[in-house]
Ligand binder design. Structure first.
Ligand SMILES: C[S@@+](CC[C@H](N)C(=O)[O-])C[C@H]1O[C@@H](n2cnc3c(N)ncnc32)[C@H](O)[C@@H]1O
Length: 271
C-alpha cells in the first residue's frame, strides 16, 4: 500500500455505472475498439470495484460489444474483496489486489482507466497526485475517468483526463461529464454534492466551476420560463442554450437526449 492509498467502504450497486458505460461506448468508440500496435494488448482497468465486482463485469460486457477481445482488469485495495471477485474471473477478465500503483504487467498497457467513487473521503489535495500516478499507466491518448455517483447511479459526474500524445506529457483535464437519469428531477445544482472530490468545495465565487454553474442555472431558468418545464426537456433546452452561447458544452443530440452534459472549456478544467 502506498501513502496515496486509503481504505474506504466497498459499497457499490448493480447498474451504478451503466450510464458511464453508455457514454464511453458512444463518445470513446475508437479508444475502446482500436487494435493497432500496442493497442492490441491494451486493457481496461477498473480501480476500486468495491465489495462486489458488478460494475466491472457490466463494463466488460458493454465494452466487449465494441471490442470482443478486450482484456479487463479489476483492481481492489481490499484483499478479501479482490479474492472473492476471482470467482468471476475468466481468460479475459482478471481481479487483482492492489492500489494506485497498479498491479499490471509490462505487457498490459492501459487504454482506459476508471476510478469511480474512491476519493469521496480524504483530502482534496491528494487528487492531483492520484491522477498523476494513475496517468502514468495510460497509452498516449488513453483516458482516465475519475468521479462520483450517488448510490444508484442516478446522478453522476466525472473528470475526463487524457494522456497527451507526447511521451511523459502530463494528463490534460479535458472535460467534466455530468449525467442524470431524471429520477430526482433536474436542476443544475443537483450535481453539486456529487462533483469529483477536488471540485466539490470549489463552487464558490471566483472559481470557474462556480461561473459555469451560474451560467447553466441561468440557461435552465430561461428554458423553464419559455415553457420547457419537464426535467428532460428543461435539461435539453438549457444545455442547447449553453452550447450556443459559450461553445464549451457539447451539443451532441445523442448526449442531450439522454441526460449527458459534457463541459469542455478551451482552457481545460482548472486544477
Ligand atoms: C465505494 S467503493 C466503489 C465501488 C465502485 N467503483 C462503484 O463506483 O460503485 C470504493 C472501493 O475502492 C476501493 N479502493 C479505495 N482506494 C483504492 C485504491 N487506492 N486502489 C484500489 N482500490 C481502492 C475500496 O477498497 C472500495 O472497495
Amino acid at each position: 500500500m502506498s501513502s496515496l492509498d486509503t481504505q474506504t467502504r466497498g459499497r457499490t450497486s448493480r447498474g451504478r455505472l451503466r450510464a458511464l458505460d453508455a457514454y464511453l461506448c458512444h463518445a470513446e468508440r475508437e479508444l475502446l475498439s482500436r487494435r493497432d500496435g500496442p493497442w492490441a494488448r491494451a486493457v481496461f482497468v477498473d480501480v476500486g470495484f468495491g465489495e462486489h465486482p458488478w460494475t466491472t463485469l457490466e463494463s466488460a460486457e458493454a465494452f466487449r460489444a465494441l471490442q470482443p477481445e478486450l482484456t479487463v482488469v479489476g483492481v481492489e485495495l481490499d484483499a478479501e474483496r479482490a479474492l472473492a471477485a476471482r470467482a468471476h474471473a475468466d481468460a479475459k477478465t482478471h481481479f487483482r489486489q492492489g492500489g494506485f500503483e497498479l498491479p499490471l504487467g509490462d505487457d498490459e498497457p492501459v487504454r482506459l482507466l476508471r476510478a469511480m467513487n474512491l476519493l469521496r473521503q480524504g483530502p482534496p489535495e491528494r487528487v492531483p497526485e492520484v491522477h498523476r500516478t494513475l496517468g502514468r499507466y495510460l497509452l498516449p491518448s488513453g483516458l482516465l475517468v475519475e468521479g462520483s455517483a450517488d448510490p444508484t447511479g442516478a446522478i453522476l459526474t466525472a473528470h475526463l483526463l487524457r494522456r497527451a500524445p507526447e511521451a511523459d506529457a502530463p494528463l490534460v483535464r479535458e472535460a467534466l461529464l455530468f449525467h442524470t437519469d431524471f429520477s430526482h428531477g433536474f436542476a443544475p445544482l443537483l450535481f453539486r454534492d456529487w462533483l469529483p472530490r477536488d471540485l466539490r468545495r470549489r463552487v464558490r465565487p471566483g472559481e470557474p466551476v462556480h461561473a459555469f454553474f451560474a451560467e447553466w442555472g441561468a440557461a435552465w431558468e430561461a428554458a423553464r420560463v419559455s415553457g420547457h418545464t419537464a426535467p428532460p426537456d428543461a435539461f435539453h433546452e438549457a444545455a442547447s442554450r449553453l452550447a450556443a452561447r459559450t461553445g464549451d458544452v457539447e451539443a451532441d443530440a445523442w448526449l442531450l437526449a439522454r441526460g449527458y452534459l459534457v463541459w469542455r472549456p478551451r482552457e481545460g478544467i482548472s486544477p
